[in-house]
Design a protein around this ligand. Structure first.
Ligand SMILES: Cc1cc2nc3c(=O)[nH]c(=O)nc-3n(C[C@H](O)[C@H](O)[C@H](O)COP(=O)(O)OP(=O)(O)OC[C@H]3O[C@@H](n4cnc5c(N)ncnc54)[C@H](O)[C@@H]3O)c2cc1C
Length: 398
């Protein structure tokens, strides 16, 4: 007998947001995660305005704001030329309740969502359980999970959300194609207590800095600065994170007499992929399980949370009696955003930063300068970069 609940695989920000929406609508949810708790390592740190608007539904947007750093501006810069263009998010007043980017570590959101769900009567969180297979019929889904002691268990539910991240076992079990490209350079993210804001003139808290030899992204969080650099894939992780190598690379970003105080360094390989299907019968893919992109623009976690809200809103209607075919619109809407907005913009951001040809660099820079000087283009740009435009455009996707 199928249990009257929605199974959610993955207690990342995407799975837990979908769970919070459904639980709030009176729908029982069981979230399972392979780990013993939510991860607290350094991952995404940017929240775009509509994501905060969405999280306000659970009282969590405001809590993120309280624990984060409000950033009304962000910049494109060049290592040699300095500021190219400063984007002003206050132009978004009237479009959002949060006309700024918030710099707040992903793990803070994860802990807030976990605590919210653990206190909710409709939500059950099970850690230490790895999903390994799924089958389905006309009534529901059956999930096979493996516990930490190696034992297997079957769980049933009417529907399932696969929010189990980039290596999604569920996506693989369903045979969904996940094609795309892998970016050649490794992304190395380091964090330091060094106050770049006092050292680099006119630096915004979020700065994408182009250079023909080596781009760099500087992102400030409430307590640290994060420095993101492209790294030669021929270096091993041990070589790229060796203290002397990290010091050498940070000194190349901003030379100073004292050594850098480095708090974390993490390397990761970046893929640009979108799943062929987001909906397979009663199973719905969302977040990194459905799409991967480079982090330039901070759209991975944000796009995933937008998936979760769209999916959960439609699944609530299906739960209440509307046809399952409604979920097809979730796929059409959110897959289009992944391809046409998230992937297209993050690839464009990478090409602006990476461009080596002098003429093309000048053209990018001139275009960025002209964009911020023209109020209508400036607003249109920040509507797109903050993902508000992608949400407004969804109505046109049947
Ligand atoms: C090192 C690193 C740095 C990053 N930096 C940035 C950044 O700077 N900017 C940016 O925008 N994005 C960044 N990202 C990407 C961002 O973190 C993801 O887009 C975001 O976490 C997606 O959320 P999610 O909930 O879809 O998946 P995840 O956060 O990956 O959550 C998936 C969850 O599923 C669980 N799980 C996986 N498989 C199973 C299974 N078989 N059974 C049960 N549970 C399972 C995992 O334990 C995990 O808790 C980074 C990612 C990494 C790994």
């Amino acid at each position: 007998m199928t249990e009257a609940r929605v199974l959610i695989v993955g207690a990342g920000p995407v799975g837990m947001t979908a769970a919070a929406y459904l639980a709030n609508e009176g729908i029982p949810v069981t979230i399972i995660d392979a780990h013993r708790d939510v991860p607290t390592d350094l991952r995404a740190s940017t929240f775009h305005p509509p994501t905060l608007d969405m999280l306000d539904r659970f009282g969590i947007g405001q809590k993120c704001v309280e624990q984060g750093l409000i950033c009304p501006h962000w910049q494109f810069r060049d290592r040699r030329e300095g500021v190219i263009a400063t984007f002003d998010l206050s132009l978004l007043k009237g479009e959002t309740n949060h006309p700024y980017r918030l710099q707040c570590e992903q793990w803070k959101l994860s802990l807030l969502l976990r605590d919210w769900l653990q206190a909710h009567p409709n939500a059950e969180l099970i850690f230490g359980a790895r999903a390994i297979d799924v089958t389905q019929n006309d009534d529901g889904v059956t999930l096979t999970v493996e516990r930490e002691d190696g034992s297997h268990e079957k769980m049933s539910g009417r529907y399932m959300v696969s929010a189990d991240g980039a290596r999604s076992n569920i996506r693989k079990a369903l045979g969904v194609t996940f094609e795309g490209m892998t970016i050649p350079e490794i992304f190395l993210s380091m964090s330091t207590t060094f106050p770049f804001q006092d050292a680099i003139a006119d630096l915004s808290n979020i700065a994408y800095i182009s250079d023909p030899d080596e781009w760099v992204v500087l992102l400030r969080t409430p307590s640290l600065w994060r420095v993101l650099l492209p790294t030669d894939p021929n270096e091993t992780p041990e070589q790229m994170k060796a203290p002397a190598r990290v010091e050498e690379r940070l000194q190349a970003v901003f030379p100073k007499a004292e050594p850098y105080d480095v708090v974390h360094s993490v390397e990761y390989r970046v893929h640009e992929k979108v799943a062929e299907n987001y909906v397979v019968g009663r199973v719905f893919l969302a977040g990194d399980a459905a799409h991967l992109n480079n982090p330039l623009g901070g759209m991975g976690m944000n796009g995933g949370i937008h998936d979760a809200m769209n999916l959960a809103e439609k699944l609530t209607k299906v739960w209440q009696g509307e046809p399952l075919s409604l979920m097809g619109r979730y796929e059409r809407q959110r897959r289009k955003v992944a391809v046409e907005t998230v992937q297209a913009q993050s690839l464009r951001n990478r090409s602006i930063l990476n461009e080596r040809r002098p003429d093309a660099r000048r053209a990018y820079h001139d275009d960025l300068r002209a964009t911020v000087e023209d109020p209508a283009r400036h607003k249109a740009y920040v509507m797109r970069s903050s993902l508000i435009q992608s949400l407004n455009d969804l109505e046109g996707v049947e």
